[in-house]
Design a protein around this ligand. Structure first.
Ligand code: GLC
Length: 535
């Protein structure tokens, strides 16, 4: 059985994503930094977090807020220095926690010295490090590929009279991973951080890394609707998820495996059957290809139940599952399903089989903050202003306390703080037994303490449009039945397929805890319970 195997830290743990600009400002410039993160490590430890993933902190012109890197082996002065980083890593390790860096291999900044060289002439030895092509006879781009952030994926360079490809901003030219020199250079950048003792990487847009070698046109998406990003007009059939990407992922994995217990998460937005290929043949790919289903599925228990079953059934042997409720690119869960239902979502995240990743602030029930048009920072929002696609609302400053700027900074932050901060903050919620934060803390503690929840099997019990229920169990350990009402209406759960005799040990409202339960379970809307079974 699954539970008898030794589990590694990235299987057993709870990952917490920090968006560094918005976590804690220590030097009063309105932007979060490494020293700020250091000041808040005790909080993360108190919460029960075991691994931290930090979005990019490298030197960058910040066209895409750090996802446009101009030097892979240094720290942006906004965030601090390499000395700060070394201290942070030591402090994280001293607390028994792990540190995961964000690594962006698909593209560099257009200010990266490699691109400046590549752009300088057609004969430059680094020309082939990026994807340069001639215009078509009529002067138009080499193919129809679109940029995720709007417009064509090709940018014309007047000086050398060719186009270069950028899947994201024109300030983020795509590297040519078919070139062995690029592979070697990027792997050596990863090695730099591994040698320092970093515990793993979250690999940005892993499925974009290699493109069709003939650069064929992408086919149209017949399901495109006006409200969608313009990128979605085509199916990225030839520009992403090419078979050769797995060789690259494997090379990264080989490097990681030459160290002790380092790991790799892949950022991959693909349907399940394609996603699981990123575990690699014989599990020699990514340790955790991010599973983003909960971000996009309709909040309907039957659909979610089916998706869990499909995912569980598709995992390769030894492939370890993982679940995500939010990140810096997506609307916050509270805004999507509502504050009360966000508790049910948290219970789902932390009771499913597989490593959970928590997005900073979700443990408080922070919501998407409406950013007035003139304050919008995110290029995705600025480039497609009529589509309400800005990612800023989910990137606002962490709400620590009721003081000015929510304890995030002593000065006006780079993005406005939500108006709710005097009520919704760490200080206010810490000692409130009904708060989201207390609930998260209890869920994490229970998960970490119970082997069945941390590593046991997942056994589906029931799913209808309202309710989902499953058992987590491991040999010789307590068994748990989880019942979640994903709707706002009361539900009456009387399963025929199992006999229930147990006690509620954790619930979305503490009043339910300690209740004995049998085969008739009635829940109010937005309620969820974890029942410890007697038998
Ligand atoms: C990833 C990041 C996103 C970024 C994009 C381009 O999707 O999560 O924030 O804009 O890659 O690097």
């Amino acid at each position: 059985m699954e539970d008898n195997k030794k589990h590694l830290w990235w299987q057993d743990g709870v990952i917490y994503q920090i968006y560094p600009r918005s976590f804690q400002d220590s030097n009063g410039d309105g932007i979060g930094d490494l020293q700020g993160i250091m000041q808040r490590l005790d909080y993360l430890q108190w919460l029960g977090i075991t691994a931290i993933w930090i979005s990019p902190i490298y030197p960058s012109p910040m066209a895409d807020y750090g996802y446009d890197i101009s030097d892979y082996i240094d720290i942006h002065p906004l965030f601090g220095s390499m000395t700060d980083f070394d201290r942070l890593l030591t402090e994280v390790h001293n607390r028994g926690m792990k540190l995961i860096l964000d690594f962006v291999p698909n593209h560099t900044s257009d200010q990266h010295p490699w691109f400046l060289e590549s752009k300088s002439s057609k004969e430059n030895p680094k020309r082939d490090w990026y994807i340069w092509r001639d215009a078509k006879d009529d002067g138009s781009p080499p193919n129809n590929w679109l940029s995720v952030f709007g417009g064509s994926g090709w940018e014309w360079d007047e000086d050398t009279q060719q186009y270069y490809y950028h899947a994201f901003l024109k300030e983020q030219p795509d590297l040519n991973w078919r070139n062995p020199e690029v592979q070697e250079a990027m792997l050596s950048m990863m090695k730099f951080w591994l040698d320092k003792g970093v515990d793993g990487f979250r690999i940005d847009v892993m499925w974009h890394m290699i493109k069709d070698d003939k650069l064929r046109d992408n086919p149209p998406n017949h399901d495109y609707q006006q409200h969608m990003a313009t990128y979605e007009q085509l199916l990225p059939y030839y520009s992403t998820d090419q078979p050769e990407v797995h060789d690259i992922v494997h090379k990264m994995r080989k490097l990681l495996d030459s160290y002790n217990e380092r790991m790799m998460i892949g950022e991959i937005y693909l349907p399940i059957h394609k996603l699981v290929a990123y575990y690699g043949a014989d599990n020699n790919g990514a340790h955790l290809p991010f599973n983003f289903q909960l971000l996009s599925l309709q909040w309907n228990a039957r659909e979610i139940g089916a998706a869990i079953d499909q995912y569980e059934g598709s995992l390769p042997d030894q492939g370890w599952p993982n679940w995500v409720l939010g990140n810096h690119d997506q609307p916050r869960i509270t805004s999507r399903v509502g504050l009360q239902q966000a508790k049910v979502a948290a219970m789902l995240l932390l009771t499913l089989r597989g490593t959970p990743t928590i997005y900073y602030g979700d443990e408080l029930g922070m919501t998407d903050v409406p950013i007035p048009f003139e304050e919008v920072q995110d290029p995705q929002g600025l480039n497609m202003p009529d589509k309400n696609l800005s990612r800023d609302p989910a990137r606002t400053p962490m709400q620590w306390d009721a003081s000015d700027h929510s304890g995030f900074s002593q000065t006006k932050p780079w993005l406005r703080v939500d108006k709710s901060y005097k009520r919704i903050n760490v200080e206010a919620q810490k000692n409130d037994s009904h708060s989201m934060l207390t609930f998260y803390k209890k869920l994490i503690a229970l998960r970490q303490q119970e082997i069945s929840l941390k590593a046991g099997n997942y056994v589906p019990v029931h799913a209808d449009p309202q309710v989902i229920s499953f058992i987590r169990e491991a040999e010789g350990e307590s068994r748990f039945l989880i019942v979640l009402n994903l709707s706002h209406k009361p539900c009456y759960f009387s399963p025929k397929n199992i006999h229930i005799n147990g006690e509620v040990i954790l619930a979305t409202i503490p009043e339910l805890e300690g209740e004995k339960v049998g085969n008739n379970i009635n829940l109010s809307g937005d309620e969820g319970v974890i029942i410890k079974l007697e038998n």
